[in-house]
Design a binder for this molecule. Sequence first.
Ligand SMILES: [Zn+2]
Length: 135
Amino acid sequence: MHTPVPRPTSISQPFWDGLRHRRIVVPRCDHCDGWIFYPRRHCPHCCSTALTWRQVSGRATLCSFTIARIPTLPVFAQPAPQNLAIVTLAEGFNMNSALVGVEPDAMRIGMALQPVFDLLDDSGAARLLFTAVDT
Ligand SMILES: [Zn+2]
């Protein structure tokens, strides 16, 4: 069973294209400098539509998590359990993701994370996961 491949929209296409090239790009407001994630047509901070896609570092910390011992979908049965997470990027915004390569008992709020570009198919489509920073 294969992990579903995201279907980009006209709004989210740059994000998914970035992941194909192992880059994380996110819209930022040209008016108030607010980061916008998930991607939208307007800034949720000031309603401006002047947005520019910018690359972010990928450095993050664990904001919150839950351990899904029953897979959220059959295709996510392995690896088990799913370490579902909300991560805070160094630039100051949150995104939903999951941690891989981290035992559930080792997960700590505030732990340092780095991106994992999880290849989904032969076309290069990828999803963004995170793992602990090597210390
Ligand atoms: Zn704004």
